[in-house]
Design a protein around this ligand. Structure first.
Ligand code: MG
Ligand code: MG
Length: 272
């Protein structure tokens, strides 16, 4: 059952999303060669609590940490550890926070120092596919329209779309209806309605779409050992159109990157 949100609830969810956005922005300049993912995890937990929120992943389904940290061939759900990042790595940081009883949940894949051209391309295409998917999240469309758009764009670029893990509805629970796959068929699946809030999150593999799970019961990695990227936004349907509640602007501000990629999906421009 899809639980729609009122305008007031959507504004509360924007606050929850922005706690995560600011956390990722804080981490942006901390991601560098030599730093451990466990150190970044501690920084994030402290930051979230200092902002009047609760880490959303810690303890959820018994996950042991605040962040899912998935470097290189890890797709998602990596557990922070004491292995230092090295130049040329990529690291997907997925973060959740609870504020006003609502979850925020989004993710960004950071390059660590200078990365190869082919890895840069993987990051670029995966992030572009996120916005291509978001554009289809509007009144009159269905779940399959978002998945179809992401899949076509990703496969045209020669990459693999992960099947087993999907986006999801978001609200007072971290995972609500509907599931939002990054693949699909046009015009199929549940119909989008006003007040829906979902997390759209393409997980894109440079090689095969096939994945496996480590014996830790969490970490998902690519079958062929090639890198995988992951970007995620929280999006509501407001006046029939997609409205992004989260933002990467704190990341871009920290890193000195100019971007207007989100502006078409926000009714009021967000100044950070
Ligand atoms: Mg997430
Ligand atoms: Mg999610």
């Amino acid at each position: 059952m899809i639980i729609t949100k009122t305008r007031e609830e959507i504004e509360l969810m924007r606050e929850s999303a922005l706690v995560v956005s600011k956390t990722l922005g804080m981490l942006a300049t901390e991601v560098k060669p030599g730093v451990t993912t466990l150190h970044l995890d501690k920084l994030a937990e402290e930051f979230i609590r200092d902002h009047g929120a609760i880490p959303g992943f810690l303890g959820l389904y018994d996950f042991p940490n605040t962040l899912c940290m998935s470097p290189n061939a890890q797709v998602v759900h990596g557990i922070p550890n004491n292995t230092p990042l090295v130049e040329g790595d990529i690291i997907s940081i997925d973060c959740g926070a609870i504020k006003n009883d609502f979850y925020g949940d989004h993710a960004y894949t950071f390059p660590v120092g200078e990365v190869s051209e082919e890895v840069k391309q993987l990051l670029k295409v995966t992030k572009e596919s996120l916005y291509i998917g978001i554009a289809e999240f509007k009144l009159g469309n269905r779940v399959g329209d978002v998945g179809y758009a992401i899949q076509q764009f990703t496969e045209d670029a020669g990459y693999g779309v992960v099947r087993e893990l999907v986006g999801h509805g978001l609200g007072r629970k971290m995972h609500e209806d509907p599931e939002m796959p990054n693949y699909g068929r046009r015009g199929k699946g549940k119909k989008f309605i006003e007040g829906m809030v979902v997390a759209i999150e393409p997980m894109t593999n440079m090689g095969t779409h096939r994945i496996k799970q480590l014996r830790d019961g969490w970490t998902i990695l690519t079958n062929d050992g090639k890198p995988s990227a992951h970007f995620e936004h929280d999006v509501a349907i407001v006046d029939g159109k997609p409205e992004i509640l989260s933002t990467f602007k704190y990341i871009y501000k920290a890193l000195g990157i100019e971007s207007d990629e989100e502006d078409a999906f926000r009714q009021e421009l967000l100044t950070v």
